[in-house]
Write a protein that binds this ligand. Sequence first.
Ligand code: BGC
Length: 481
Amino acid sequence: MALSETDTASGNQNSFVYVVAGLAALNGLLFGFDTGVISGAMLYIKDTFDITVLFGQSIHPSLVEGVIVSGAMVGAIVGAALGGRLADRLGRRRLILIGAVVFFVGSLIMAIAPTTEVLIVGRILDGVGVGFASVVGPLYISEIAPPKIRGSLVALNQLTITSGILIAYIVNYAFSSGGEWRWMLGLGMVPAAILFIGMLFMPESPRWLYEHGDEETARDVLSRIRTEGQIDAELREITETIQSETGGLRDLFQPWIVPMLVVGSGLAIFQQVTGINAVMYYAPRILESTGFGDTNSILATVAIGVVNVIMTAVAVALIDRTGRRPLLLTGLAGMTATLGIAGLVYYLPGLSGGLGVLATGSLMLYVAFFAIGLGPAFWLLISEIYPMEVRGIAMGVVTVLNWAANLLVSLTFLRLVDIISESGTFWLYGILSLIALVFCYRLVPETKGRSLEEIEADLRNTAIGTDPGETDRTDAVQTDD
Ligand code: BGC
């Protein structure tokens, strides 16, 4: 559609869209803050509570530590599993508000927790808020965003996730000298409050309003985020989408959708089992063993957070130009190599001085390679590869898988280090990165510059075997060599 004559008006509308999307992206900030803050807090929680006992049972301390870190993932799995359905029933905006409240309460409980058990309850609640946020944030943004800038706005969400992690690391550093872990965890209340207050002034998604019979408000909202000429076209599109939406879990298993279900699930699992959150959650702990000491390890962790944000910004700038596949494959190759090196450095005796710096450097590079590829590419691709008919439910399913794999890594990391050492653990993640590289090389389609409808049409054609000669990996959805 030619939009040139409405470009000025569209500029005004776009700035409001940026405000709405920017605020909604604070959901990513909660996600990221929750992810990053535990690494610093954990170093000191151990000094306050006896972590050899849980619910009166004596337990291996690294398991208790794992449970404290992972409580958030259990909550996030529940939150993500319920999030899609609740967003449909209550509205996107209302669920974001509820998520912010849940997160706020969780952070408060952790800040004042008198026992390990209460701390875990707070962390689970926090996680439920994050689970809601991880589903409803991108969903709301994609429904508010005009098609032309939807890609960059979806990627903005990964940028706020990484910024949230970095802010948490800085908070950790600021409170590390006094070991004030209650402040570290409690400060999560701040972004939650900002999100809550900000969202009170934001509109509900027009798509949701229209779907629930409130055409008048839907038009009203659209008039603030679209030009006059776009409103009717969009309402027509929404009507068509609603009609074609069957949305059941069973619809995911239609033969032409299964290949993309495999791709999304693979990406979700590989995004986690290649170890990113072992570094995000346990970086200070990993670096401590290089002879850095508590405060320096937290400072080095801040540097890792900076690298994560900068390289995510680079990915956001590049991903529509280079395409998803080159970034994804380069990122995975780099992750494999840097994990190999990190394993080697930890294998050498006397890990201090130069070797300590080398260990930190290789972990930084590993994070950089994740940030340029698998980090943003996962969330972007799962919002692109599913047909409208099942997009919500498919995204819900793979998001739950992503959190479950996240849980698996955070629960097992410390035990793995106990059993096969740091080197063995890094090498294991390296081997999984190599498998992920092969998986992505063979199965992940390029979606750059294609409309969602084109992607969907390719998917149908590939599945029924038409047009195979014209299907190649660089410009069409394809599933095999
Ligand atoms: C992942 C998170 C991870 C973060 C790190 C996100 O894409 O889903 O699990 O902590 O990236 O930047």
